[in-house]
Design a protein around this ligand. Structure first.
Ligand SMILES: [Ca+2]
Ligand SMILES: [Ca+2]
Length: 337
């Protein structure tokens, strides 16, 4: 591959003019350093989960085959990487910031710049489909100050249907995302910082679990006399020793506070993980009425929830756009197009 791989990810961009008190981490990060997955597990295990290989092929796990990778021609020398989920044979749901055009400084980019890869390995996709049209959530703007409104969503209408994989079901019920629920996330973010990974090839699909720590509703704002309301979901990446619990400790910076009040357990699940760059647009699944459904799309993360904590390491906080907050918009785009 001759182009650079640029894995897209966003951090909240809040300009508040307030200097936060920054705390030192309570433990030496060197002691518990990791990247995206538990330090005592290996990446191939998380890739196996995402492939629905036995024993991960029962109803205890979502079917991750609806998770697709997005390849964006963002400039002459760069390929952008994002993740998304197939919600109808010709519709992919992803994050709004994934279609930002760095060449023109506008959003969305031309639909012709995006390719959708099906399968677990973007280097060897089982199907590749072009995008016909991009629909940004109506209140989403390209500039970062809208990240906090829970509206970082985008629908891609495909040029031809994807028929080789099942579609995921979206949750439209705004009250069913329960704090403390078990979740699974899946995406194609960049694991080249893991041992044995090659930074010049696409990372494979991976999946991991976590616990929903925050549900933030009613993030309203006005644009052109219209009121729009978004929602956010969030979880933290707990370490096996229970030493770092960023959404459960007493320190919260401005970005973390914008996710609302709440607590978090210091429980590291068997397959706990945190998001990495390029996971943007990937879905979180929650079991509702005995069925795994998509409740959120990865938006990004909180910047340095504790001083010294590394991105995608223990303590990292991932933030998601709450899909049900945008049910009416999603339904209307799918029915009219
Ligand atoms: Ca957690
Ligand atoms: Ca926690």
């Amino acid at each position: 591959m001759t182009k650079n791989l640029i894995y897209l990810f966003c951090f909240f961009l809040i300009s508040c003019g307030v200097t936060d008190d920054v705390l030192e981490p309570s433990v030496d990060p060197e002691v518990i350093e990791t990247f995206g997955i538990r330090h005592d597990k290996t990446l191939w295990q998380y890739e196996k989960i995402a492939s629905n290989e036995a024993p991960f092929n029962t109803g205890d796990y979502p079917d991750f085959s609806s998770v697709v990778s997005l390849e964006m021609d963002i400039s002459k020398n760069d390929v952008g990487i994002c993740s998304g989920v197939l919600i109808a044979p010709n519709w992919v749901l992803t994050a709004g910031h994934c279609v930002y055009d760095y060449d023109t400084d506008k959003s969305p980019m031309a639909a012709s710049k995006i390719k959708v890869n099906v399968g677990n390995d973007p280097e060897n996709p089982i199907q590749t489909v072009n995008v016909q049209q991009i629909f940004l959530a109506p209140s989403w703007l390209a500039k970062g100050d809208f990240f906090v409104y829970g509206n970082d969503l985008c629908l891609l209408k495909l040029a031809s249907p994807i028929t080789k994989i099942p579609t995921a079901t979206l949750n439209y019920d705004t009250s069913s995302e329960k704090v403390n629920a078990e979740l699974w996330f899946s995406g194609f973010g960049d694991y080249s910082q893991q041992k044995g990974q090659n930074a010049d090839v696409f990372s494979k699909k991976h999946a991991y679990q976590n616990i929903l720590d925050r549900v933030k509703e009613g993030l309203g704002h006005f644009i052109s006399n219209e009121t729009y309301t978004g929602g956010m979901l969030a979880f933290d990446f707990d370490d096996p020793a229970g030493l770092v619990n960023t959404l459960g400790d007493s320190y919260a910076n401005e970005e973390e506070r914008s996710l609302g009040e709440g607590s978090s357990q210091n429980v590291c699940l068997n397959w706990e993980g945190g998001t990495v760059e390029g996971d943007s647009g990937g879905p979180i699944f929650m079991k509702i009425n005995n069925k795994w459904v998509v409740i959120g799309i990865l938006n990004g993360g909180v910047t340095e929830p504790l001083k010294g904590i590394k991105d995608s390491g223990y303590g990292d906080i991932s933030t998601f756009t709450k899909c049900s907050s945008h049910a009416n918009w999603i339904k209307s785009i799918l029915s009219k197009n």
